[in-house]
Design a protein around this ligand. Structure first.
Ligand code: SAM
Length: 256
């Protein structure tokens, strides 16, 4: 008798396959790139969380990933597209872009070099820009992803980035344009302090000159995004970790 798969076991299997496929390219980037990709994709709940909640839609073709590190999100998008073409996509997962046009923006040249070495050969080729998010040109787009990055710059600079993100999404002209922003909730003191400590340690090891320090309570993030013309939903996104991370799903408000 053949076993009947429950929806969660079929998504578990699909997620394992996706994890494998999205991390394989990093073997080309060397041992650090590969181990980092496997650990990050496996342990950080955000990537699977985005998928399971259907937050990356097929209509989000032009993607800008700010503070992209070694470009893991590009590899994930490419692997998702392959699995869908091969008909191995769980029915409970919404379709993601068939052929994402990805731009990653990253300050650290070493990360960009690792990304190039690992995923530079993917098709369509991801655009990987070594630039400061505070001044980089943002292309017209459908989806902007900023995961754990804005706290590297002060509050005024954070707002400046978000204004330029909003303008890039508006110029893109997609009525379903979306920003996926993960931040720490500074009102949750313990979790926020732990993530700051971890971030500062990692940042020092990676040779960053600036320490990631600037946070806001969740209510202030929501108020800022609404003031800039987004409709916002927030969801906890640090399951299985000691952090106080929150994912803000911010859609352009057509009425704004
Ligand atoms: C905690 S890591 C997150 C990486 C990636 N978003 C992820 O979730 O895997 C933060 C990244 O933001 C980058 N970053 C910090 N300040 C930046 C800036 N001003 N412009 C562009 N990238 C920046 C860091 O170099 C680092 O790669």
């Amino acid at each position: 008798m053949s076993a009947v798969m429950s929806p969660s076991s079929s998504t578990d299997t699909a997620w394992r396959e996706l994890h494998e496929a999205a991390t394989v390219p990093y073997k080309k980037g060397g041992s650090f790139a590969w181990h980092f990709a496997r650990g990050k994709l496996g342990r950080d709940p955000v990537f699977r969380g985005l998928l399971e909640r259907g937050l990356i839609g097929a209509q989000h073709r032009r993607v800008v990933d700010i503070g992209c590190g070694q470009g893991l999100f590009a590899s994930l998008l490419a692997s998702m597209s392959v699995m869908q073409k091969q008909g191995r996509w769980p029915a409970s997962w919404a379709a993601t872009p068939e052929r994402a046009d990805y731009t990653g923006i990253e300050l650290m040249p070493k990360d960009v070099a690792r990304a190039e070495a690992s995923i530079g050969h993917l098709l369509p080729a991801p655009r990987l820009l070594c630039a400061d998010m505070c001044s980089a040109n943002l292309p017209d787009c459908d989806l902007v992803v900023i995961l754990d990055v804005l706290h590297y710059v002060d509050l005024e600079a954070q707002e400046g980035v978000l204004v330029r993100v909003r303008d890039a999404l508006r110029r893109g002209g997609n009525p379903q344009a979306r920003l996926l922003l993960r931040v720490g909730d500074a009102s949750s003191r313990r979790g926020f302090a732990i993530s700051q400590w971890v971030d500062r340690t990692v940042t020092r090891i990676r040779g960053h000159k600036v320490s990631p320090t600037w946070g806001r309570p969740l209510a202030e993030w929501n108020a800022l995004l609404q003031r800039l013309g987004f409709r916002v939903q927030s969801m906890p996104m640090s399951e299985g970790t000691p952090f106080a991370n929150v994912l803000l799903v911010a859609d352009l408000d057509p009425a704004a």
